[in-house]
Every structure is written in C-alpha cells, then in structure tokens.
Design a protein around this ligand. Structure first.
Ligand SMILES: O=C(O)CCC(=O)C(=O)O
Ligand SMILES: [Fe+2]
Length: 459
C-alpha cells in the first residue's frame, strides 16, 4: 500500500490523492483546467504554425517532436521552444514539496504561467500503487535497462524542475520528458486500443486542446498458455495470433507515431477499418479484453480494493514488485488477469461489436458492469491533463472511439467533482457530448533510452 508522503509511484502522495480518479485504476490521474485558456490558445497556434510535418493516419494525424522513437531508443532531435514551458511544468508535476500542487501556480521552473486552479477532482483512493504496478519490462529487460540509462534527451533542463523532495520525483521520475506527439482528431476520428510500449518510461501525460473526447481503458488480454506476466508491451504473441512485431529486444521499426512495439495485429478487430488501423498506425497493442469488474450501484466505479488490475474480484491482490521495472509481474497480476480476462478472450474477440468483446451492450446499474469492456474511461475536457502510468500504462490498452458524439457511459470516472465549475459541470452518466471540432492532444512521454544522435530528423 502506498505510504504517506512516499508514494511508490514516485509521485507525492498529495498529488496522487488529489488527482486519482478511479479506484480500480489507481495509476490514472485527471487534472481539470491544467492550462489556462490563453495557454491553450498559444499552444494551438504553435501547433498549427509548426514546421513539423503532419503524418496522416486513417483516424488522426500527428506531428512528432523530440526525435524518432526507435525500438532501441530515441534518436533525439531538439524539442521546439514553444513546448519547453509545458515540459518543464510536467516534469515538476507530482514532485512534492508543494510547489507543483494545483492552485499554487505552475510549479517549479514551470514558466508556463498557467496554474489554473484545478478545483479538486480526484479523491484519495488509499492508493495501493505497489504490487503489480509497473510490473515492468516483462521479462524483456527493455524497460528496466532503459530507465536506468535514460540520460539526457532533448528535454533540456526539465529535470531540474522535477525535484526530489516531498515524497515524489515527479511524473517522469526526476527526468525530463523528451518526446511529444501532437495528435489531431476531427470528429469521428479516434485511436484504436493500443499500448504505448516499453520504449517509454511507463508514464504518459496528455494535455487536451480544442474539443473534448473520452479516453478509454481496458485490460490487456493474457496470452493463452501463460500467466501473461509480461504484459508490458512485450511479446504479446500467441494464441490470438497477436504479434506485436517486436521481439524480446524490441526490434520493431519506429512507427509513425513513435510507438515502437505495438505493431500488433490483434485479436480479430471487429471491422476492416479497425484492421487497417492496426496495420497503419502501428500503435495498437494486443487485443481486447472485457473487463469483469463487478457491478456497483454507485455512479462511481466499483469500490474494488485499490490494487488496480490485480484487484479484480476473483483475484485477491497479492504484493509483488514495486516500482522499478523489475522483470515480470507479481503473482497477483497473473491471477487477476487470468481470472478477469482469461478464457473469455478466446471466444469473445472479433464478434463484431467494435470492441472485440462479446459481452458489451446491456449495461447494468452502474459502476463497472460485467458488460462494459472498459475498466475506466476519462472525459478529457479541453485544457485538461490526463496522466497514466504504471499499471494503467503497462496492463491496459487505451483508446478513443471514432465517434462524433461521446457517450458518457458508466465507465467514465471523472464526472462530478472533476468538472465542477467548468463548462462540463452538468454532465452525468448517459450524457452525450459532441466532439465538436478538432481536438489536439499533446502526448508527452520520456523515451527511456536515448541513442546517440547520429541521425537527426527534422523537427
Ligand atoms: O490523443 C490522446 O489523448 C491519446 C493519444 C495516444 O494514446 C497516443 O498518442 O499514444
Ligand atoms: Fe497511446
């Protein structure tokens, strides 16, 4: 369990408690109003003025900043100056000491000057962020090695802002983020369920600009015949024909969106469009897994113990490794995923519901019904920050549906308190929210290993 002031995730306990939004996925955080309207405007202007070329995918287009993510690491390129204030600020986020806390401005070295008061949001979940969290490099050793050899990168100076005191080293473990993807989605566009992969330090921070969307999380599936332990984006091969195209050493070519390992051809996607997306975007991971958390009568997620995925009802959590990318997950991960996703996967995929899950549809009374494919979903208001890491990063797939209107189903975890005082205050489960216009997301990560900059791509 997490200890006061010493969150094993490397984040300050205060920060964790403030922004956690889903007890069943304790490594998911949402910060409303993370940036000011003026900062949003500035960033949008810079994105659209950027000389970085847009890469058009079937469901979105993207710009790549910071270099090329190769399976073996980042071939760095300088990050544009207009991103630097945000990167410094993100690096300091959660670092403890209070200076980065919401309402106290942008935090050490932020420079972004956009410390919009957040208005709370998450509540303490008593977060157990240990155990399977950051189950790690899954036997491949890629992440473990990479993290420790991170060094440098193109982030330039952000590490200094991360600090070390007060119970946390910040989002990226005291290192600067060094890679940013700018995704642009029009209404009707989205991103297939995927994982970001082991090339990255297992943290992603996403700042939303423009129009809203819903980011959805589901469990990764286990492979037939094993306990799935290395579900960290490693070799999700096997029974479902899943093959993520990178072997134990992560030899995949760089994908256009910087995902190195997720060229997975998943369990049969439900549509040709989805198949194409898998092939094209090279950012899909594994295949889809129906969540099997219990129903709850509350509008909040089911109050399963905060042990993240390993807390699936039929799988008592058990302690396992802590932060740090040790190879292999703890025993709790195996049992929970087996029990929650196991056998069903072999029959539930590819049955045409668009989610690869057979048992979606008839939703139940609330919380996480057996019928929802999602373990959690987050409504991403413009100017918000969502962060996910550890298990949410390594054991889940995330996606944005290709819809013109988002349905805020029962899996959405951040209505109510998180929306207070915002334009979205009145939203409830069942609300439909038009995507409206273009949504730009800034996906900020740290590629764990930085390669010598022999080849520097244009930025
Ligand atoms: O646009 C988003 O919010 C998600 C982006 C994402 O998942 C990615 O770039 O890997
Ligand atoms: Fe992603």
């Amino acid at each position: 369990m997490s200890e006061a002031g010493n969150a094993p995730s490397g984040l300050s306990t205060k920060w964790v408690h403030r922004y956690q939004v889903a007890p069943q996925l304790s490594s998911l955080f949402y910060v409303p109003d993370y940036i000011s309207p003026a900062e949003e405007e500035r960033l949008l202007r810079e994105v659209h003025a950027s000389k970085a070329k847009w890469v058009q995918l079937s469901g979105r287009r993207l710009q790549n900043h910071g270099g090329v993510v190769h399976a073996k690491g980042l071939i760095p390129a300088p990050l544009p100056s207009w991103l630097q204030p945000l990167l410094r600020r993100l690096a300091a986020e959660g670092a403890g000491g209070g200076e980065e806390e919401r309402g106290a401005g942008a935090g050490a070295g932020a420079g972004a000057g956009a410390g919009a008061g957040a208005g709370g949001g998450a509540r303490a979940g008593g977060g157990d962020q240990s155990g399977c969290v950051s189950g790690g490099a899954g036997g491949e050793g890629v992440r473990a090695a990479g993290v420790s050899s991170a060094g440098g990168g193109a982030g330039g100076g952000a590490a200094a802002a991360a600090g070390t005191g007060g119970g946390g080293r910040g989002l990226y473990g005291g290192q600067p983020p060094n890679h940013v993807l700018v995704n642009s989605y029009l209404p009707g566009e989205g991103i297939m369920p995927h994982e970001d992969g082991p090339a990255y330090h297992p943290v992603v921070a996403i700042v939303s600009l423009g129009s809203p969307a819903v980011l959805r999380f589901r469990r990764k599936a286990l492979r037939e015949g094993d306990g799935h332990d290395d579900n960290s984006g490693g070799a999700d091969t096997g029974s479902m024909g899943t093959n993520n195209g990178h072997g134990p050493n992560g030899n995949a070519p760089a994908a256009p969106d910087g995902h190195t390992d997720t060229t997975t051809t998943a369990a049969p996607p439900a549509s040709a469009a989805h198949r194409n997306r898998h092939a094209e975007a090279a950012s899909q991971g594994s295949y889809l897994c129906p969540s099997s958390l219990p129903s709850s009568s509350s509008s909040r997620p089911a109050a399963v113990p905060v042990g993240d995925l390993r807390s699936a009802p039929s799988a008592p959590s058990s302690a396992s490794g802590d932060d740090g990318g040790s190879a292999g997950d703890g025993p709790g991960c195996s049992s929970s995923c087996r029990s929650s996703c196991g056998g069903a996967l072999l029959t539930n995929n590819g049955n045409g519901n668009g989610n690869g899950c057979s048992n979606v549809g008839s939703n139940s009374s609330g919380g996480h019904s057996m019928s929802s494919p999602y373990i959690a979903s987050v409504f991403l208001a413009p100017r918000s920050l969502v962060v996910f890491r550890d298990q949410a990063f390594t054991h889940c797939l995330h996606s944005i549906e290709e819809v013109h209107e988002e349905r805020l189903d029962e899996s959405v975890v951040n209505l109510g308190e998180s929306m207070r005082g915002s334009a979205y205050e009145g939203l409830t489960h069942g609300s439909m929210v038009p995507r409206g216009g273009e949504r730009i997301s800034l996906t900020v990560r740290r590629v764990a290993r930085v390669l010598p900059a022999l080849l520097r791509p244009r930025t």
